[in-house]
Design a protein around this ligand. Structure first.
Ligand code: AMP
Ligand code: GLY
Length: 423
């Protein structure tokens, strides 16, 4: 089969990398892709941008692909998958209606309530006074979330009441602005990607993401600074439990509403003392967790995504996983997440290491040299017999990379390696 992957990040590079290892995939095209993806697959421009459903469907027709895989949330929420499917092309990615599970936190809460899914108590607020009453009701730490898409910057978790209210005001000032105020959930976080074909749910291996910019979970939230998988410390039966109590009821509820969910339901969980609680749903693969989950997946990815896109997940054989542990470390630009500096020269990728480098925010300049072009620039991935070995390999490769002013966390997977993650 021939596959078209939409997106520009390290997640899409990881997806392309995995697809090229699937013997049933003859060709992979990425649009727009990035310079790293360009080394392993054809990249094509999207003149109308990543949310231009007609442009993407035209390209899919021109290329004669059998499957379109949509990576990021913005095109899904904009309805790209609907347009592609209307042209009779299989698409891995939910409809605009189903992608509201990510596009509106208030909608996600409503679906969870209807499906009996365990999550944080929450109030949907449309005025600052309502927010003030809600945060005072829950107490600290305050959790204030923008209802809509905010590229990882919509959530503030803080003890500072003024900061929580200031964030709420910024969100409410947007057209149609709404804010979701939640009870704080304590406990380690887990990301579980569930492949869905509208009816059947096939979970992948769980991963842990590091959202805060600095070591020891300091500083502001980011899109994600690193990840590892598997989670040896996770309670036995966690995945089955989350499928039974969260993913399947959610998928059933969406089908009942006439909006079947086809794609990845990303379940973000906090493992609290009262059991797993949903922190968020996303309607796509997570970045950087995908980099580690797909590094370990031994089953052919193309067949799996096509089965999900065509309602045949129930016919798939059990998934196979490599025994190794995977770690990814994100190399970010100076100033990320607040104000990333771009255009800096990147070197040190050519050297032989036991890790591989996936590109995120990179581009070739006029002289053909690789430069940074975004906040998260590279995602360095390594496998090892255990987390310690995977970390050594990943960090050895990170240390050889040179990008002036860049930064990365030095403690990705460290607590897990030391056996310090407790549920
Ligand atoms: P979200 O965009 O909903 O994923 O939130 C981003 C991050 O904020 C999550 O990964 C958590 O680390 C944190 N967060 C969100 N909701 C809560 C909550 N109810 N309690 C504690 N932390 C939260
Ligand atoms: N790693 C978090 C996300 O993809 O939203």
């Amino acid at each position: 089969m021939k596959v078209l992957v939409i997106g520009t990040g390290a997640r899409e590079h990881a997806i392309v990398h995995a697809l090229t290892q699937d013997p049933t995939v003859e060709a992979v095209v990425a649009a727009p892709g990035n310079p790293g993806i360009d080394q392993v697959a054809l990249c094509r421009d999207l003149p109308g941008g990543i949310t231009d459903g007609a442009g993407i469907a035209d390209l899919a027709e021109e290329l004669g692909v059998d499957l379109v895989v949509v990576g990021p949330e913005a095109p899904l929420v904009a309805g790209v998958a609907d347009v592609v499917r209307e042209r009779g092309i299989a698409c891995f990615g939910p409809s605009a209606e189903a992608a509201r599970l990510e596009g509106s936190k208030a909608f996600a809460k409503e679906v969870m309530a209807a499906a009996g899914v365990p999550t944080a108590m929450a109030h949907v607020c449309t005025t600052v006074d309502e927010v003030a009453a809600a945060i005072d009701g829950f107490g600290t730490p305050y959790v204030v979330k923008d209802d809509g898409l905010a590229a990882g910057k919509g959530v503030v978790v803080a003890d500072d009441r003024a900061a929580a209210l200031a964030h709420a005001k910024v969100c409410l000032d947007k057209p149609g602005g709404q804010v979701v105020v939640e009870e704080f959930l304590d406990g380690p976080e887990v990301s579980l990607f569930c492949l869905c074909d509208g009816e059947t749910v096939v979970p992948l291996a769980p991963a842990q993401d590091f959202k805060r910019v600095g070591d020891g979970d300091s500083g502001p939230n980011t899109g994600g600074m690193g990840a590892y998988s598997p989670l040896d410390w996770a309670p036995a039966g966690l995945v089955e439990d989350v499928v039974a109590r969260v993913a399947q009821p959610t998928i059933d509820e969406m089908a009942r509403r006439g909006a079947p969910f086809v794609g990845v339901l990303y379940v973000g969980l906090a493992l609290t003392s009262r059991g797993p609680r949903v922190v968020e749903f996303n309607a796509r693969f997570g970045d950087p967790e995908t980099q580690v989950v797909l590094a370990r997946l031994a089953s052919p990815l193309g067949a799996l995504l096509r089965a999900a896109a065509t309602g045949r997940l129930d016919e798939q054989p059990d998934l196979q996983w490599r025994d190794e542990h995977a770690v990814t470390v994100v190399v970010a630009s100076e100033g990320y997440p607040a104000d990333p500096v771009t255009g800096g020269p990147i070197s040190g990728l050519e050297e032989e290491t036991e890790a591989y480098v996936l590109h995120a925010g990179t581009r070739l300049d006029d002289a053909g040299l690789l430069v940074s072009a975004g906040g998260r620039v590279l995602s360095v991935v390594a496998l090892g017999a255990d987390l310690a070995e995977a970390r050594v390999r990943a960090y050895a490769a990170v240390d050889r990379i040179d990008l002036p002013g860049s930064h990365h966390r030095t403690d990705i997977a460290l607590a897990a390696q030391r056996g310090e993650v407790v549920v």
